[in-house]
Design a protein around this ligand. Sequence first.
Ligand SMILES: *Cc1c(COP(=O)(O)O)cnc(C)c1O
Length: 450
Amino acid sequence: MKHKDDIPRDPVWYPFTQMQEFAEQSPLVITGAQGCWLQDEKGKRHLDGVSSLWANVHGHRHPVIDRAIEEQMGRVAHSTMLGLSHPGGIELARQLVEHTPEGLNRVFYSDSGATAVEIGLKMAYQYWQLKGETQRYRFLKLSEAYHGDTIGAVSLGGMNLFHERFDRLLFDTVKVPTPHLYRHTFAIEDEKDVVERYFSLSQDLIESYAEQACGFFIEPLIQGAAGMIVHPHGYLKHIRDLTRKHNMLLIADEVAVGFGRTGKMFASSWEDVSPDLLCLGKGITGGYMPLAATLATEEVFSAFLGDFKDLKTFFHGHTYTGNPLACAAALASLTVFEEEKTLDTSVFGPKSQKYSDGMQRLAQLQHVGSVRYRGLMGGVELVAKNNTKEPYQFEKRMGYQVILEARKLGVMLRPLGDVIVLMPPLAISLEELDLLFEVTEKAIRKVTEG
Ligand SMILES: *Cc1c(COP(=O)(O)O)cnc(C)c1O
């Protein structure tokens, strides 16, 4: 055994973190939470402005979810889904099928957004192999997509900052330009023309790869990690129509936008879109436990059926696939959606209105270039010069400065570069929303206007 003196005070290597900075600035240690508030070891409370990384839905320590996990603990914490099953896993699958868009009938569990994406990727590929269309091996994706940090998911991603380093390890994909109304590079100004250009670019690429493509991966409505890029209305439907016409699968990654963030249970529903595969994660357990799911249509599922010797089986699984505690949390979260009418217009509407008003106020600030949101999910992009959209120098880390300032005022945020993400739990109260926007405005002003 090692001597205690040789062990670092905190040996944790933190995710997405320059560890050298930790020498001067150690992370806040969270020891408790209640509702939309986190509490640190010194007893200070912080409003959870990003839902503990886009996961929490009904608030922390919700009695219904807490109790469901405790009760499951009294039965069994974990047994495998490789060869065995459990009632919560079956019931949750039934409820997910009930809530998700038309056609999605089958549920494959895993434990994180990235694994849900890897599963979607492998399912889509194997599906076409089993259908005898073995020339299909390519995937289309949006140029600034984010689908997680494992190598398959990174191949489908397009965020240079995170992904470029691993270039040689990644498989080739077809990049469809992200429809970004604020930062497009066309020499045209009229928004309608810009939208049209994006529509036709995606159409050209889908047509060109119609014979070779397995599928098209998309984050419906909002590309989260890329900086809360909100797609123009009708874009998802457009991609659905084209992928259907040209016979490739549509794989919707609703890991971030799913479970009510945009005001409907699933973002695809806004445009009446049913994907062939649907990836879920983050909010699926109300933000309590690691769980993810990839849903498939009966058409995809049935291609995998056959005698064992035909080797059509989907050979994939994780140790904690469909963990019973996590399934109990997810079932309880769906119960809370129902009991608290979380997404009813009378409950969600006023919050969404206040959120929208708050965003529009922030949009007036001198160094806010763009605000982008749907429902209670969005971001505020800071710029050095508003008229030219000139970004701040990367090294200035303006987004990071703003969240440090907000933290002093009791609000916990996390930026994406110079985009300040505002994505509170759906359970946030109107008063807490006021505080969220008040503090965000103060912090942005202090950092950008001095
Ligand atoms: C967060 C995210 C993922 C990855 O989920 P993890 O649980 O972090 O692996 C995948 N897709 C989208 C759209 C995400 O926002």
